[in-house]
Every structure is written in structure tokens, then in C-alpha cells.
Design a protein around this ligand. Structure first.
Ligand SMILES: [Zn+2]
Length: 496
């Protein structure tokens, strides 16, 4: 199978697409304006110590000073002549650790919001794809979202083994194995250890040279992360449409992942990179509810806060003779399409799939097996949790980033996310009732109704008799006027 990564670089937005055999499978979007500061490491300066709150404020060069609590301060202790870190106990006096004017290395754990500065810690860490390296710790921890005890033990053993293989670079420090590592092989995790060691080694020089307040480290931009997080042996090449970023990527790869250097290419083409393989169109389609299948059937994909539902439908013209066969084929095609849509839209959490009912138990098994098979390619962990009596397939998919829809879309302001507007007929009758109500209360001369074109059209076509009756009943004329800015649900009744 041929896999390729396309990176469309821009100063305000960068997008990466993973394409398999010419078909878009995954999309990543990063926007400069909402990148945030979490994970950034700063050399800061303590500007205030608050003994009463057991906390302090640290200038990290942002508009507001960051906040650090005694419980987030790693305490130094001397151990056989070497400095080691531990956590200050939360009833320790903050003044033992912080004094005004002191320079301190801190990492952001929470972004600043409105009047509050960033939340800081001195427990520093840098992350790779499967691992987080903590230079000031001694501990190997496994994400508590990986529950299986055997799997936890297996991952811990891999990390210990890999760290020992790089003992010449290993100057102490601990690791946390991230949730994404669940099921990862030793081979897949191998590159992470030298990556974080080199990264930390390079940071040591930056730290020495920096004058507080200054930034020491921020997580890699998306185009670099594609190399760190997406590169696998079967990725044939990475193409990026910016010459400068390409140069930086090559340099980065040379330093941190030399084995992939030759696979990075600059794309100089006139034609936008995301027009290759129709990536731009596919992204548009991935925002639609409806997914058309080749067999004539289609999926309806809906995302709510609680879950995602996918409804499988046959096309309109289904012959009677081979109905069961058509349904089986549609469900098989749907199973593959669903696995792709989950990745493409990055849907996470609970997913309920309503396949078309099949009587044949063997057909049911085959559809489920196809779904399982196609889900194997998914980097996010999926598991089919059950098939209900009604034939609904319930599954989960690990939620990592926001879904594509959440990244690219706002709730529709016209229908407020309902996905539906009251019909012209409904609005028309609402207006009639409102006029009746007001006619009883006020003694105006006439009514002027401002309303959308769609409702006016309906009134002229279907309801002119009703308007005449209403005018006679209330003894006042009613005039309608188009307000082009109004959507179908909006209207104003003006008493003249
Ligand atoms: Zn809407």
C-alpha cells in the first residue's frame, strides 16, 4: 500500500493530509491564533511570592505573570553529590523555594484565560509520539487510561529496554507512556527515546544562553509533528508546498530522524497541493452529513455531544429479486466507508452504527468482520463493544483531538444547531396567530409584516384567501414586505 503525507503550509493555517493509495484518510489542521501555550517551557523570573497562598507569580514574558503553587514545584535535593528532584510537599513554606528576582524554569500546564495568567509547573517534560520524557523525575509511569495490567507491564519493559540501549545519552530522568502507545510494538516506539534525549540535550544549551523571561521550548509546529507523529516505515514520501518549511523539516529530520530524510520533498507545483488527489474536495465532503456509496446506498453521519450515529441506507431503486443480496453488498461497502469516515472526521467516543437489517446470520458476521478488518488501519484505538438485538453496532473510538467538524465549523446561527428551520407554512400560521393576538390588544390602523421571500411566496401562492379572511375579521389591512436579510424563521409585525 502506498502512503503519502501532504503538508499545505501557511503563516496562519497549516494543514496535513495522510493519503493512502490516492484516497484521503486523515486531516490535521493547526491555526496560529488558537495554538495555546500548554507545554511551552520558559526561563521565567519570580516577581511576587505569596506565602499566604503558598504560591508565586512568575514573569514569563506574557501580558500576565504566570501562577505557580507550591505543589507544582520540584524540590532539589542532593544525592551522592548529584542534584535530584522531588516534589515539594504541599505544606512546605513557599519561601523555601521561591524568592523575588529568582530565575526559574517553568512549563505551562494551563493556558491563560481572561484575567488569569498561565498556570505553571517546574516538573518539566518533553513529548514524543508514544512517550513523555521527564528529565527531573526517576519514574516510569503508564497512562492510567491503559487499564490492562499485562499491557502496562509490557510497555514498561519496552521503555526500560530502549532507555538502556541509549545509556550513553541517558543522564537520568523518567518517562510517561502515553495512551496512544497501547498496542504499539517495540519497533514503533524505538525512535522516541533518542528523539527526546537529543531534544533535551539541545534544550540544555538554549537554557544556558537564555535571559529571563524567555521561551525555551514550544511543542513542534504541525509540519514538524507530521515527521515525529505520522512517519511510519510504509510512508513513501512527505510533500510540503513551502520551500522554507521544507528546509527546516529536512534539517529536523537529519537531526532527529535521519532514516526518513530522503523521503521529504518540496512541492513547487502551480496547482495547489491539496488539489492533488482531490484532497480539498474530500475535506468539504467530510463536513456533510451524507456520504454517498458506489452501490447507490448512502450513510448519514451525525455527531452530537453524547455520541456519533451512522445510519446506513440503500439507494432509492432496489429491485425485489435480489433484495437480500443488495442489502448485504451495501452493508459491506458501508462497513469500509464507515471505518474511513471515522478517521477522516476524527470522530471519537461512542459510535452507534445502524446497518440495514439482514436476515442471514452469515451475512451479519461478514459485515462485522469487514468493519473490524478496516478499523485495524486506524491509529486511534477502536473497539466494537456490542451488537444489540435491533442490529445496532455499538463501538468506541479513542478521542484524541477535536473532530474535523469541531475544528472547522461553528454551530449554524440560523437554526442554532437543530439542522432544521420551521417551514414557511409554520411561520405563516405563526404570523396569523400573532396578528390576531395584537389586533385584540391594540387599536392600530394597519399591520406591516416584514418577512423572508420564502414566506411571502407561500402566502401569495397558497394563503391569499386566508389573509383576506383575517383582514375582514380584524377590520384592518395587512401588508407584507420582503426583508431580504431575514432567514425563513425571522419576521417582524409592525403596528402602523
Ligand atoms: Zn442550520
Amino acid at each position: 500500500m502506498s502512503e503519502e503525507i501532504l503538508v499545505n503550509f501557511g503563516p496562519t493555517e497549516t494543514r496535513a493530509a495522510l493519503v493512502e493509495n490516492g484516497v484521503l484518510q486523515e486531516v490535521y489542521v493547526e491555526r496560529a491564533r488558537n495554538k495555546g501555550f500548554v507545554g511551552n517551557i520558559y526561563k521565567g523570573k519570580v516577581v511576587r511570592v505569596l506565602p499566604g497562598m503558598q504560591a508565586g507569580f512568575v514573569d514569563i514574558g506574557q501580558e500576565r505573570a504566570g501562577f505557580i503553587h507550591v505543589g507544582d514545584i520540584a524540590a532539589m535535593r542532593e544525592d551522592d553529590g548529584e542534584l535530584r528532584m522531588g516534589t515539594a510537599s504541599s505544606d512546605a513554606d513557599i519561601r523555601q523555594y521561591l524568592r523575588e528576582g529568582q530565575e526559574i524554569l517553568v512549563q505551562v500546564t494551563k493556558d491563560p484565560i481572561s484575567s488569569k495568567g498561565a498556570r505553571l509547573t517546574t516538573h518539566l517534560s518533553v513529548s514524543a509520539r508514544y512517550l513523555v520524557y521527564m528529565p527531573n523525575s526517576e519514574h516510569i509511569g503508564i497512562s492510567n487510561r491503559i487499564e490492562d495490567e499485562d499491557e502496562r507491564a509490557r510497555l514498561k519493559a519496552i521503555v526500560e529496554k530502549l532507555a538502556a540501549e541509549h545509556s550513553e545519552q541517558y543522564k537520568g530522568g523518567g518517562f510517561i507512556v502515553r495512551t496512544v502507545a497501547e498496542g504499539a510494538t517495540e519497533e514503533e516506539m524505538r525512535a522516541d527515546i533518542p528523539f527526546v534525549f537529543r531534544l533535551w540535550h539541545d534544550l540544555a544549551d538554549t537554557i544556558k544562553a537564555a535571559k529571563a523571561p524567555d521561551i525555551i521550548y514550544e511543542d513542534l509546529p504541525l509540519y514538524m509533528r507530521t515527521i515525529r507523529d505520522l512517519m511510519r516505515p510504509n510512508i513513501e514520501r512527505v510533500r510540503i508546498d513551502s520551500r522554507e518549511s521544507f528546509a527546516r523539516m529536512e534539517k529536523f529530520a537529519e537531526h532527529y530522524a535521519p532514516e526518513i530524510g530522503g523521503r521529504i520533498e518540496h512541492y513547487p507545483g502551480e496547482r495547489p497541493l491539496f488539489d492533488l488527489y482531490g484532497v480539498e474536495d474530500e475535506i468539504q465532503k467530510a463536513l456533510d452529513k451524507k456520504v454517498v456509496l458506489k452501490s447507490g446506498g448512502y450513510l448519514i453521519v451525525e455527531q452530537t455531544e453524547a455520541m456519533n450515529t451512522i445510519d446506513v441506507n440503500t439507494g432509492a431503486f432496489v429491485g425485489h429479486r435480489n433484495l437480500e443480496e443488495t442489502i448485504f453488498k451495501t452493508n459491506l461497502e458501508a462497513a469500509a466507508a464507515i471505518a474511513r469516515q471515522l478517521r477522516l472526521r476524527n470522530l471519537g467516543g461512542i459510535i452507534i452504527i445502524d446497518f440495514i437489517d439482514m436476515k442471514d446470520a452469515e451475512h451479519q458476521r461478514q459485515v462485522l468482520r469487514t468493519l473490524e478488518k478496516c478499523l485495524e488501519k486506524d491509529r486511534s484505538k477502536t473497539s466494537i463493544t456490542g451488537v444489540s438485538e435491533l442490529g445496532l453496532v455499538e463501538m468506541t473510538r479513542k478521542r484524541t483531538r477535536e473532530s474535523l467538524g469541531q475544528v472547522l465549523c461553528d454551530t449554524c446561527p440560523v437554526c442554532d444547531g437543530r439542522g432544521k428551520l420551521k417551514s414557511a407554512v409554520t411561520i405563516c400560521y405563526e404570523i396569523f396567530r400573532e396578528i390576531l393576538r395584537e389586533a385584540r390588544t391594540y387599536e392600530n390602523e394597519r399591520f406591516l409584516v416584514l418577512v423572508s421571500q420564502a414566506v411571502i411566496d407561500h402566502i401569495l401562492d397558497q394563503e391569499s384567501d386566508s389573509v383576506a379572511d383575517l383582514e375582514a375579521f380584524i377590520g384592518r389591512p395587512i401588508q407584507f414586505q420582503v426583508e431580504t436579510l431575514y432567514n425563513q424563521e425571522q419576521y417582524d409585525i409592525i403596528l402602523v
